[in-house]
Design a protein around this ligand. Structure first.
Ligand SMILES: Cc1ncc(COP(=O)(O)O)c(C=O)c1O
Length: 391
């Protein structure tokens, strides 16, 4: 996807303190070097293949397809090492950090998947690692916190604000400003200042490339590609390769939470307005005084008031459509996929599946590709709690 000086049709940019501009320039130069170096790309592909488990399969979910009347194809990012798409980006950026001779990485995490993937890449490449995580997320994703600590990362619970992803990103940016000379900020989604959206989308685009090859080899294309949207990295990763195939519909699914009222969801593109947040100009959930709104989602990885600028552009241009599903619908989809296909999806990914199931009548007879961004092991505590509350 093309950008103009870091802007995607008026969204994006670098809204950061002056002190970070040289670091962003250095990162952009390193990234351009990296993507043009055959040696670096070969190294990246070797780790993605032998270590992370790429390529991931596209699985035709026959039982759900028969029950709901449309063809459901799942891109199985849940099968990757550490359990989600996040590892594609962390291996890429850890190699970039090494290329820039940085010895330390920091990262934010919501669901803990990006934190685990960062801690994993740091262990692999011998980098010092600190992970910022809102204390609410520390509680609801404890199994991932334990994994990060075992991997040698320092996990810092953030007590400010709502104590979720937004606050973890703010803490990471603060750390980066202080330690910019020896530290790489390994940002986990297509958010933040340029060039992060471009870098993360590039490292995640392997998802769409593999999916496209899968369908080309079978002589047809999906009618519709669906992915959940938190910051937007798994969605950009699968959308990017389909952007020029305009007959393929692209649908991003946000967290509709408890309701579409203020503070009850994280449906940034469906309910938000233009605003500057955490280094970038994009859509944002904000009140009439431009204060960032509280957000809610049953899934920690979607619980974010902002969204990447590329999605803002895709929405305004009409190339992609953004919708939301509720906590309840996502939980139901989790159980459907688990019981009918034997696959426990992450609650984030269950949002994308839920959109397809809820709209089964409109999708009747069509071929639908859903990006199954991660596996649900980390969410079992939340699922059990909801099941108890219902009984
Ligand atoms: C499994 C999974 N899917 C999706 C997301 C949302 O992030 P993004 O929108 O950047 O893909 C997360 C975030 O933690 C996640 O863990």
């Amino acid at each position: 996807m093309r950008h103009d000086g870091g802007f995607y049709g008026g969204y994006g940019g670098q809204f950061v303190p002056e002190i970070l501009i040289p670091a962003l320039d250095e990162l952009e130069r390193a990234f351009q070097d990296f993507r043009q170096s055959d040696e670096s790309i070969q190294l990246l592909n070797r780790y993605l293949g032998e270590y992370a488990g790429r390529p991931t399969p596209v699985y035709y979910a026959k039982n759900i397809s028969e029950k709901y009347g449309f063809g459901l194809h799942l891109k199985r990012e849940d099968l990757l090492h550490t359990g989600a798409h996040k590892i594609n980006n962390t291996i890429g950026q850890a190699l970039l950090a090494a290329h820039m001779k940085k010895k330390r990485v920091i990262a934010e995490t919501g669901a803990g998947q990006h934190g685990v993937a960062t801690a994993t890449a740091a262990a692999l490449f011998g980098l010092e690692c600190r992970i910022y995580m809102g204390s609410v997320d520390v509680e609801r994703q404890m199994s991932n916190v334990k994994k990060m600590r075992l991997l040698g990362a320092e996990v810092v619970p953030v007590e400010e604000g709502l104590r979720t992803l937004k606050d973890a990103i703010s803490a990471s940016l603060k750390d980066w400003v202080t330690n910019v000379s020896d530290t790489h900020y390994l940002l986990g989604s297509v958010t933040g200042p340029h060039p992060f959206p471009e870098i993360v989308a590039y490292f995640q685009s392997v998802i769409g490339r593999e999916a496209l090859e899968h369908f080309r080899a079978r002589g047809f294309m999906p009618d519709c590609v669906i992915a959940c949207v938190g910051g937007g990295s798994n969605a950009m990763g699968i959308f990017r390769e389909f952007l020029d195939l305009t007959e393929v519909e692209l649908v991003g699914v946000e967290a509709g939470g408890r309701s579409l009222g203020p503070g009850q969801n994280a449906a940034t593109l469906t309910r938000g307005t233009r605003g500057i947040f955490q280094g970038t100009l994009s859509y944002l959930l904000q009140d009439q005084h431009s204060q960032v709104q509280d957000v809610h989602s049953v899934s920690a990885g979607l619980d974010y008031a902002g969204v990447g600028p590329q999605h803002a552009f895709l929405k305004d241009s009409g190339r992609a459509r953004y919708e939301s599903v509720s906590d309840e619908e996502a939980l139901e989809a989790f159980h459907e996929l688990t019981r009918l296909e034997g696959i426990l999806p992450a609650l984030e990914s269950a949002h994308a599946v839920a959109y397809a199931l809820v709209h089964a009548t409109e999708l009747r007879g069509r071929q639908v590709l859903v990006n199954l961004s991660g596996r649900g092991d980390k969410d079992l505590g939340i699922i059990e709690r909801h099941m108890r509350e219902e009984s």
